[in-house]
Design a protein around this ligand. Sequence first.
Ligand code: GDP
Length: 436
Amino acid sequence: MNSIVAIVGRPNVGKSTFFNRLIQRREAIVDAVSGVTRDRHYGKSDWNGREFSLIDTGGYVKGSDDVFEAEIDKQVVLAIEEADAIIFMVNVEDGVTGMDEDVARLLRKVTKPVFLVVNKVDNGKREEDAVEFYNLGLGDYFTIASINGSGTGDLLDALVKALPEVEPRDEEEEILPRFAVVGRPNAGKSSFINALIGKDRYIVTDIAGTTRDSIDTKYNRFGFDFNLVDTAGIRKKSKVKEDLEFYSVMRSVRAIEHSDVCLIVVDANRGFDGQVQNIFWLAERNRKGIVILVNKWDLVEKDHKTTNEVEKYIRSQMEPFTDVPIVFISALTKQRIYKAIETAVEVYKNRSKKIKTSVLNDTMLPIIENYPPPAYKGKFVKIKYIMQLPTPQPQFAFFCNLPQYVRDPYKRFLENKLREIFDFNGVPVSVYMRKK
Ligand code: GDP
């Protein structure tokens, strides 16, 4: 499982420039595949072969110029709870400010690795000025210039060294689907889990998770074996009031990354709002299976059209990834909670599906022949064969003469055909063009 690194600091010190620099290279890849980017504040980066997730906490505060100090304090508290390491960014131009001191006070108590990073240090004079940040009482600091990247190498060397060791998944361990129940606060996640598992009567065994914060608990319910990914997000341990979208994202990151399938609980009365969408895209970008559970369905006044209308509305919010099952449930009356788990199991199977190369080619090549990629700059693209890659989630490589000339709409066409024929309901599918 990835470690999570949170960037904290007051507005305008350069957090997002730094964040963008770190995730840029990979971002380009992700965008090329999915064709969408939604979340500018969460991404993956790597250094010396070590991958980690990066969260720009500041990005989640709206109108961040006049953000209140209290708001930043809350972010820092949450970052301390949820992240494995914290980058505290300050700015040499402004020197040590009152807000910096407040943040430092919170961080001094932390046992997790904290990296004080002084930004905008792009000359020797500023290198000297940076000394004043010793006054924050956080020990040694790193000087960088986000704008051109200088100094980031040393910082990243130290950062990845400080991240907790990744424990490999036990070979002996039975491979069970890992389900994470996520959603915004008060959507009914805990109620759903309680409705599902009762008073822990169905727990088979506890397996210590790969980090101290996460525990997989094995359940056998309705004839299915699965692990519920129980993280800090499920156990409400924070005193922080969760009213910003940042909180639900921060809370969900670890659970989502650690899961195979995300059960996204939506409050029927609130709909598929911005916070839910953020969680949805987080799951999609991590290439996880997704089931949407529209909860509190008992409270909704319904006629024979309501289900269809709500479903249509939610799908419109998920564009272009709409091939996702939606189940209408009530954690209160236990309506369709069996269906919810059954659907999650199906999505898990779809995600683990392996299509034989011969079957792929026999079905897809005739379709491609009938509807070939449009000529681009006068060149014709010839797709020769197709292979599913040996990854945990479905990825398909289409080998052709001119991969760079195949545009996104055609890749989406191929993806949709794969979905139609092989059923990848609830699962992000990646389509790559490869040179042959
Ligand atoms: P969480 O923050 O997502 O874990 O949400 P909770 O499970 O704590 O639920 C928030 C509130 O919604 C509680 O008052 C629940 O009793 C209520 N609730 C949860 N699920 C349902 C449901 O299906 N129907 C109704 N009527 N209320 C529900």
